[in-house]
Design a protein around this ligand. Structure first.
Ligand SMILES: [Ca+2]
Length: 323
C-alpha cells in the first residue's frame, strides 16, 4: 500500500474513533426492555479543583457552582475497557420483573428509588443470572466518565443547566430560606411530584438523568481522592458509605455537577436515591486502602457526660483529638 493510502486509512480510523467518542452509540435492548449504550475506553479528568465552596449560601448564591473539598484534587483517570451503561436509571417497570410486588401503584416509567445499595446489587445479580452476562453498578470513575461524555464543563450541558431543568417539589419551604427574593431560573418550583425518567435531554453519549431525578448508587466505597493518575479507578477497599452520584430532585443545582460527590450508608432508603446498571466485566484496577480518618473522627469513644443545665444526663460522643 502506498504511504498516501496508509495515511488516509489511519486518518479515517482516527476520525471514526473520534466520532464514536463524540456521538452516542446505538442502544441495545436487553431481556427486560432496558436500553444500554456502549461506552468506549478513554481518559478524562475526574473531579473539580476549585474554587472552594462558600457554605454561607444565603449570602453568596452565585457560588453554588463551586467545588466541594472532596472533589479535589482533579486527577486523570483512564478507562481501559468498554462497557455498556443503561440510558436511564432503573425504572419501576424493570424492577418489577425482579420483584413483582414492588410499588404496584407507581407508574412503570418512574425511576426506582428508596432501595438500599444491597438491593441494587441484588437486582444486578438477578439480571446477570437471567442473561448469563455481568451486570453491576458502575464504578464512580465509570459514572463520571459517562456523565461527562467528553465534556470538561461543570455539567454536560455546559457550565449551567438549562432553565427549568431542576424540579423542586419536595420541602419547597426549605429552598425558600435560600431563595428569598427570586428563584434562579434553573429551577422548576413546586409542581407534581414524579420521577419519570428521560424528562430532560440526554448527554452526548445518549444518557438521560445523569444530572438529577434520582441520585445513583455506585459500586465504590466513599473516600478521598488520590492525586496520582489512575487506571480503571475502583475507589477505596473499605468504608462506611457507598458513593451516590448525579444529585437528585429538590436540591441545589450545584449538587448536580458532573464532579459532585455524595455518599450514604448502604442501608439508606430514600426517594432521592436509585441506581442505573452497567453491563460489563469489573474493571481490573486495584482498590486503594482506606485513607486515615480526619482529625475530628480520630480517637472517638462513647461515654456519659453530665450536663449541669436542668441536671440532665445525656449520652454523647466524646471526641478527643490526638493533637
Ligand atoms: Ca440521576
Amino acid at each position: 500500500m502506498k504511504s498516501g493510502n496508509i495515511i488516509m486509512t489511519r486518518t479515517l480510523a482516527l476520525s471514526l474513533a473520534l466520532l464514536t467518542t463524540l456521538q452516542a452509540a446505538e442502544p441495545i435492548t436487553n431481556s427486560i426492555g432496558m436500553k444500554l449504550v456502549r461506552i468506549e475506553p478513554g481518559s478524562f479528568t475526574m473531579g473539580q479543583d476549585g474554587p472552594a465552596a462558600d457554605y454561607k449560601m444565603t449570602r453568596h448564591p452565585a457560588k453554588f457552582d463551586d467545588a466541594d473539598w472532596d472533589e479535589k484534587p482533579a486527577h486523570r483517570v483512564t478507562i481501559t475497557q468498554a462497557f455498556h451503561v443503561a440510558v436511564t436509571e432503573v425504572t419501576v417497570g424493570q424492577y418489577r420483573q425482579y420483584d413483582a410486588d414492588f410499588r404496584l401503584k407507581t407508574p412503570d416509567d418512574e425511576a426506582v428509588n428508596a432501595v438500599t445499595w444491597e438491593q441494587a446489587v441484588k437486582f444486578c445479580e438477578w439480571l446477570s443470572k437471567k442473561e448469563g452476562k455481568t451486570y453491576r453498578l458502575p464504578t464512580e470513575a465509570e459514572w463520571e466518565y459517562a456523565c461527562r461524555a467528553g465534556t470538561t464543563t461543570l455539567f454536560h450541558t455546559g457550565d449551567a443547566l438549562p432553565d427549568g431543568f431542576q424540579p423542586w417539589w419536595s420541602d419547597t419551604g426549605y429552598a425558600g430560606r435560600y431563595f428569598t427574593d427570586a428563584w434562579p431560573q434553573v429551577y422548576r418550583k413546586g409542581g407534581k411530584a414524579g420521577l419519570r425518567v428521560s424528562q430532560t435531554a440526554a448527554n452526548a453519549w445518549g444518557l438521560h438523568d445523569m444530572h438529577g431525578n434520582v441520585s445513583e448508587w455506585c459500586l465504590d466505597w466513599y473516600g478521598p481522592y488520590e492525586a496520582a493518575e489512575q487506571t480503571d479507578a475502583m475507589g477505596r477497599s473499605a468504608g462506611e458509605f457507598r458513593v451516590i452520584r448525579g444529585g437528585h430532585h429538590s436540591s441545589f443545582a450545584r449538587f448536580l455537577r458532573s464532579a459532585n460527590r455524595e455518599a450514604w450508608l448502604p442501608q439508606t432508603r430514600s426517594n432521592r436515591v436509585g441506581f442505573r446498571v452497567v453491563m460489563g466485566e469489573l474493571p481490573t484496577g486495584k482498590m486503594v486502602p482506606p485513607a486515615a480518618p480526619p482529625l475530628n473522627v480520630q480517637n472517638v469513644k462513647q461515654g456519659v457526660m453530665k450536663i449541669d443545665a436542668g441536671r440532665r444526663m445525656c449520652r454523647c460522643l466524646l471526641r478527643r483529638s490526638r493533637l
